[in-house]
Design a protein around this ligand. Structure first.
Ligand SMILES: N[C@@H](CCC(=O)N[C@@H](CS)C(=O)NCC(=O)O)C(=O)O
Length: 198
């Protein structure tokens, strides 16, 4: 199994998952600055020339959240995802879609403002407000629970946790005390450290 990877990108999500699973994998580092994500070979793996891509014996797939779910499915014995049809599985779908459609877009928007040094603009404040609204259910969840689903770490924590740790690095969760504790909890995991270590 190969993971096409660029440090400090969304490819840390499947890498974190692989580390949590503790299964062997080959990490293929690509350097966008050298054009390595824009080769014909990589374009056949990912039509938008992005990472991550996971390559298995059966073929390759892209989209970080889909890869995380698939990895959990490949290793049911590790119990990082509920059984198909279970409520735990439904909750995992809920939080993964929530991370990708509600949490991540305002983060991306705010990150672009930071890069353009327009973080004081009304548009940047709007992105911040959208993010603050979206994290409310999570702030409530973590007032009584350590993880997203039940009492155990799961695949949902990988995707939601990765988005929240990014938001935290941009100063977006400073007013959400339970989220801050959650982010510290997940950053303390050896698998997180391995995935985000470079
Ligand atoms: N929705 C996709 C987004 C993938 C994406 O935008 N990846 C970025 C890095 S975070 C990328 O590969 N950008 C092009 C590059 O680095 O050359 C996912 O979650 O996998």
């Amino acid at each position: 199994m190969k993971l096409y990877f660029v440090p400090r990108t969304r490819s840390t999500r499947p890498r974190w998952m692989l580390e949590e699973l503790g299964v062997p994998y080959e990490l293929v580092r690509l350097d966008p600055a050298k054009g390595e994500t824009r080769t014909d070979e990589h374009t056949t793996r990912h039509p938008l020339q992005h990472v991550p891509v996971l390559e298995t014996r059966e073929g390759s797939i892209f989209e970080s959240a889909a890869i995380v779910l698939h990895l959990a499915d490949l290793h049911p014995e590790k119990k990082l995802l509920g059984a198909p049809g279970s409520h735990a599985r439904a909750q995992a779908y809920q939080w993964l879609f929530f991370a990708m459609t509600e949490l991540e877009p305002p983060c991306i928007e705010y990150a672009l403002h930071l890069r353009a040094k327009t973080e004081g603009s009304p548009e940047a404040s709007l992105a911040k407000d959208k993010f603050s609204m979206a994290v409310r259910p999570l702030e409530r969840r973590f007032s009584a629970n350590d993880y997203l689903i039940g009492d155990e770490f799961s695949a949902a924590d990988v995707v939601v946790g990765a988005v929240l740790s990014w938001a935290n690095a941009m100063g977006l969760i400073s007013e959400a005390p339970n989220l801050s504790v959650y982010v510290e909890r997940i950053k303390d995991r050896p698998a997180f450290k391995a995935a985000f270590g470079d």
